[in-house]
Design a protein around this ligand. Sequence first.
Ligand code: FES
Length: 161
Amino acid sequence: MSRFGFNWENEEKFDALLERYPDKQSLMLPALWMVQYQEGWISLDAIRFIAKKLERTPMEVYSVASFYTMFQLQPVGKYHIQLCRTLSCMLCGSKNIQEYLQTKLGIKVGETTPDRQFTLSLVECLGSCGTAPCMRLNDDYIENLTPEKIDEILDGLCHDR
Ligand code: FES
């Protein structure tokens, strides 16, 4: 029995999408996105909920959710930093940026700050190799990263808190 449920907005969205897709299984990715935007991450409860809605097994839903790195299967901070570690970014200094972020935030890759504001992750190519090194900050891309740029952006976020 799943304790997770869509909020009314997602419930309406899901029903509307059902009309447009050829079958329920095709709604797997949209349903996972809805959960992630609603909760910030995708719990096992939510996976069971989606499985029931799509008439699939929880394992089928989990296998899709765990395949894509954009889906978070653990809680993340309010601001999720996903730093690219693939070749172009690495050649342009992403390792130094990683060390700078770790020092600035006081956490290692895969960790969340104690105030639950920032999570730091490493991901594969973000498709922005021409402006390496780059990272995602929630849904935004930050490119041509330097320590100064990171200070400017993250310190700005801290003032907004
Ligand atoms: S290698 Fe980093 S965006 Fe492509």
